[in-house]
Design a protein around this ligand. Structure first.
Ligand SMILES: O=C(O)CCC(=O)C(=O)O
Ligand SMILES: [Fe+2]
Length: 280
């Protein structure tokens, strides 16, 4: 695939798959490193980072700064695709997800202002980046049993401010929240607005549960009945899927005893304001 094809596919569908991108030897070397160190503390976020970004306490797999991981994810071929889709010369790595089993994170986007504002929760401090792309790298063949990355092509194009399905379901859902005294809205706005960065962990926790419930149990099931289709990424070793922050995606849970050899890197295009290197 040339750069133009990569960019066009990414823009049209919200993701692009590049087959056989990463060399076998590089993968073998990284796999060996992972296997040798999988029980080590090096995979965990250091306390000083968790303190700065309370949300990280829920993401034990977010890794700080290990040379081997950094080197693997800063592979030229990965960066080249990140550069192409972000249209930026120097994308920066800001997150890695390294475990070989999927805990089954349900449907979500990685950053979508309109959507997150639903409950006035800003999970992604906006000031720190203007573009973001995730790379899902298969270190072996991935099957349905391994718990594949699963996504809804073209969902990145949904305009939540105008989308009738989203707006009507959201209105109904908000009503039930109010009726159940879960939240109080004043003039259509949540009374307890969260403006701090990083946001107050308790509030985010509480509200994002509702946000996740809405997306997973109400919105996405309806979306899938209304013309959108889900697809699973079932790659061979060395294949990489790149996706944009607005694409709706999830991780299918790995079946008991089945591994999902993979590594995920997230890259971003920074702007002036520097936020801590690692974030969710
Ligand atoms: O583990 C997965 O397959 C999904 C990961 C994910 O949602 C992400 O990295 O943003
Ligand atoms: Fe995600």
């Amino acid at each position: 695939m040339n750069k133009k094809e990569i960019k066009e596919h990414y823009e049209e569908f919200g993701f692009v798959i590049v087959k056989n991108l990463i060399d076998f030897e590089k993968i073998q070397k990284y796999k060996k490193y992972f296997i040798e160190n999988q029980d080590s503390e090096i995979w965990k976020s250091p306390p000083e980072v968790v303190e700065k970004i309370p949300l990280l306490k829920y993401r034990w797999e977010v890794f700080k700064d290990d040379k081997t991981i950094r080197k693997f994810l800063n592979n030229k071929k990965l960066l080249q695709v990140a550069k192409t889709v972000l249209e930026y010369r120097k994308p920066k790595l800001h997150l890695s997800i390294i475990p070989w089993s999927s805990y089954g994170q349900d449907w979500h986007t990685d950053g979508n202002d309109e959507n997150e504002k639903l409950f006035n929760v800003e999970l992604h401090p906006k000031a720190s980046f203007t573009g973001r792309v995730g790379a899902w790298i298969a270190l072996d063949k991935i099957t349905l049993e391994s718990g594949p990355f699963t996504y809804i092509p073209k969902s990145h194009k949904i305009d939540y401010k105008k989308d009738d399905l989203f707006l009507s379901l959201k209105e109904k859902y908000e009503k039930t929240l109010i009726e159940n005294n879960f939240v109080v809205f004043e003039n259509g706005v949540l009374k307890n607005q969260i403006k701090t960065e990083p946001p107050d962990a308790f509030a985010v926790d509480l509200l994002s549960v509702k946000y996740a419930e809405f997306i997973n149990h109400i919105y996405v099931p309806e979306l899938l009945k209304n013309g959108f289709k889900q697809e699973a990424f079932l790659p061979e070793c060395g294949d990489v899927l790149f996706w944009g922050p607005r694409l709706i995606h999830k991780a299918v849970r790995s079946q008991e005893g089945v591994l999902r050899p993979s590594i995920i890197g997230h890259y971003y295009r920074p702007i002036k304001i520097k936020y801590p290197k690692i974030m969710v």
